[in-house]
Design a protein around this ligand. Structure first.
Ligand code: DHK
Length: 144
């Protein structure tokens, strides 16, 4: 069974409470529960992690070199700043799908560029939390 790491970065632990007009009303627990249900349907093993810390995210991506075949990552604000997360993803041999809940291209200019996109096999933005489900569907196809 393909193993998927769903990795959420800073402030995504506040999903449902933080700026719901932008990020929606679902909590991260709701999103991960839906991902587990969908993962079971698609035959994917799901490991979900969240951290507010850049180095902790790098450690989790490094561990995925042994533990995962694909990563769904929403790096939060680190999308726009972190070469360290890009480097860690470049050291990961599996598939990578980048998810942004909001349409980063329709927001402030500093959100328009993501370092992670240079490594991602696909980028999903502006689909709300449904973007995670789209990412799992894509990974199921890529890893079948
Ligand atoms: C989430 C964040 O926390 C922001 O810093 C990004 C992203 C956008 C999202 O849309 O999921 O700029």
């Amino acid at each position: 069974m393909p193993r998927i790491l769903i990795l959420n970065g800073p402030n995504l632990n506040l999903l449902g409470k933080r700026q719901p007009d932008i990020y929606g009303h679902e909590t991260l627990d709701d999103v991960i529960a839906d991902c587990r249900t969908l993962g079971a349907e698609l035959g994917l093993e799901i490991n979900a992690q969240q951290s507010n810390h850049e180095g902790a995210l790098v450690d989790l991506i490094q561990a995925a070199r042994q533990d995962a075949d694909g990563i769904v990552i929403n790096p939060g604000a680190y999308s726009h700043t972190s070469i360290a997360i890009l480097d860690a993803l470049n050291a990961f041999d599996g598939r990578v799908i980048e998810v942004h809940i909001s349409n980063i291209h329709a927001r402030e200019a500093f959100r328009h560029h993501s370092h992670v996109s240079a490594r991602a096999d696909a980028v999903i933005a502006g689909c709300g939390t449904q973007g995670y489900a789209f990412a799992l569907h894509r990974l199921a196809k890529l890893l079948s």
